[in-house]
Every structure is written in structure tokens, then in C-alpha cells.
Ligand binder design. Structure first.
Ligand SMILES: Nc1ncnc2c1ncn2[C@@H]1O[C@H](COP(=O)(O)OP(=O)(O)O)[C@@H](O)[C@H]1O
Ligand SMILES: [Mg+2]
Length: 269
């Protein structure tokens, strides 16, 4: 398909091989983040392979968003080391990690509300984002416009490509945010609770979108909804009190008594 070929034609050489031939996209060693006396992340070790789809689950306050902030550099760790495709990025600023192919979505929206879906994605492809640059009407760029249209298609928004963001349904805005994060040849995308506030129908759409993303783009998804999380990932990491306490396949996690206690016993908010 057109969108696949263009998104995979990024010229990225892929992951370096390490250890027993496993290509690590992301490797955290002893990563901690303190906020004053509070230990939000406590010596976390984590390895994610290239192209892998991973869920991070855990109750409210477990440290999931703090983990994302450490990986992206929004709040760098207070201890430990982070490697991205073999390179130590622990102390690199956010934009340098973006340049290396790391993307994220936030729990709050970063869209241009007065512009159309297609214009938002066009600007994202051109490297313009709210808060990073002042907005200027860009020069016409056919390649960027083609990429933007492919992104529109990838997040199932063809029928509202010309609609301004302010007039989109809530779920469509969340889909657009995913499209924004996919602009510019990412190697790994971090999704922070993309299903929050979505209707059942919008959740099904989200699952479809995530499952049909190009396979070379790895992602980590924080998600409260087990039905969403377990259907869109290869592996699951469980967090509690700033620590990882379990990792496994969706099947292993779904049948785990400890997990069932957290998710069915009212321990998650
Ligand atoms: N910027 C911050 N300043 C102070 N405390 C924070 C900050 N960010 C997160 N925390 C605290 O760190 C802990 C983990 O939070 P967070 O990573 O947001 O959890 P989760 O995303 O799993 O719900 C919580 O106790 C939270 O209050
Ligand atoms: Mg969070």
C-alpha cells in the first residue's frame, strides 16, 4: 500500500545488533526519577526491541507517565542510563531525541484547533509543532502534502481531512494526535492513554489504527483499558510504585492473578 511504502522508505538503517543478535530500540538501566522526597521511578530496567509493540500497565501514580518523560527527556532521570538504538541519550535534550526518531503523544492535546486535519498533519510533516515554532503559512511542498495525505489515511480521517480540528469529534482529535506523532519517520512512538475518554466505537477504531501501523515503527502504549492494551501489543510491562514487577505476553498477563487483583479488585483508578 502507498502509505506503507512511503513511511518505510525513511532511509533509516534500523537497529544496531547487540548481545545475542537482538536489536534493542530502547534500553533503560537503573533509571530513577525523584521529585523531592517522592520516588516516582525506582531503578527501572527495561528493554524494548526494534519494531516491538509494548504496553505499560499499572494503577494511577505507578510512574508510567514519568517513565515516558524520562525516555523523551521532558523530565530527565535523576539516575540511570537510557540508550536509544545503541546510543546513550540520557542527557540529550528532547529535540535531539525527536531528531533520532522518538515521538510521543501527551495526555493533553497539542493540535492547531483552527486548522484542518490535513493542514495539521502537513505542518507536522514540515516539522512545525505548536510551542516549538511560531506559525507561518509554509511554502507549498508536494512531497510533504503527499505524506500528510498518507497520514490522514493511516489514522482513518479521510472523510474529515478538510474539517477544522475544533469541529472534530473527540475521538477524531485523538486519532489526529496519533497521526501527528507519526509524522517525519519515527522509529518509536510513545502513546500515553490514547483510549482515555473514547466511546466503545472509537476504541474499536483506535485498535484498528494501531494494529495496522507500519510494522517497523515500534511503540509503547500506556493504557488503562486492558481490552485495548492486550489487543495491540506483543509484550506487556506491569508497573507499581515506580517499579516494574512483571513482564509477559498479553496471554500471560491476562491470566496473572496479581494483575487480575489490580484490575478487577478496584486497585486502579
Ligand atoms: N512533575 C511532577 N512533580 C511532582 N511529582 C510528580 C510529577 N510528575 C509525577 N509526579 C508524581 O510521581 C508519581 C508517578 O506519577 P505518574 O508517572 O504521572 O503516574 P502514572 O502515569 O502511572 O499515573 C505520582 O506520585 C505523581 O504524583
Ligand atoms: Mg499517567
Amino acid at each position: 500500500m502507498a502509505e506503507r511504502s512511503s513511511l518505510s522508505a525513511t532511509g533509516l538503517s534500523g537497529a544496531r545488533l547487540s548481545g545475542a543478535g537482538v536489536a534493542h530500540a530502547l534500553r533503560l538501566e537503573g533509571v530513577s526519577r525523584h521529585f523531592g522526597a517522592l520516588v516516582a521511578l525506582d531503578a527501572v530496567d527495561l528493554e524494548v526491541t526494534a519494531g516491538e509493540r509494548r504496553a505499560v500497565l499499572g494503577s494511577n501514580g505507578a510512574g508510567k507517565t514519568t517513565l515516558f518523560n524520562a525516555i523523551t527527556g521532558d523530565f530527565p532521570p535523576t539516575a540511570g542510563r537510557i540508550q536509544f538504538f545503541g546510543e546513550d541519550v540520557t542527557s540529550l535534550p528532547v529535540h535531539e531525541r525527536i531528531r533520532r526518531g522518538l515521538r510521543r503523544t501527551y495526555q493533553h492535546s497539542l493540535l492547531f484547533r483552527g486548522l484542518s486535519v490535513l493542514d495539521n498533519l502537513y505542518l507536522a510533516v514540515r516539522g512545525v509543532s505548536r510551542g516549538r515554532y511560531s506559525f507561518r503559512r509554509p511554502r507549498r511542498d508536494d512531497a510533504a502534502l503527499r505524506s500528510a495525505r498518507e497520514l490522514v489515511h493511516l489514522v482513518h480521517l479521510d472523510h474529515v481531512a478538510g474539517t477544522v480540528v475544533a469541529n472534530l469529534a473527540y475521538g477524531q482529535q485523538r486519532q489526529l494526535e496519533i497521526g501527528m506523532a507519526l509524522a517525519g519517520a519515527p522509529r518509536m512512538v510513545l502513546f500515553d492513554e490514547p483510549a482515555a475518554g473514547l466511546s466503545a466505537r472509537e476504541r474499536r477504531e483506535l485498535i484498528e489504527i494501531l494494529r495496522s501501523l507500519p510494522r517497523h515503527i515500534g511503540y509503547i502504549i500506556i493504557e488503562h483499558d486492558l481490552d485495548v492494551a492486550l489487543r495491540v501489543v506483543d509484550r506487556v510491562t506491569m508497573m507499581h510504585n515506580g517499579r516494574i514487577f512483571k513482564e509477559g505476553t498479553p496471554g500471560e498477563i491476562e491470566n496473572d492473578p496479581q494483575v487480575q487483583q489490580i484490575y478487577l479488585g478496584g486497585g486502579h483508578g
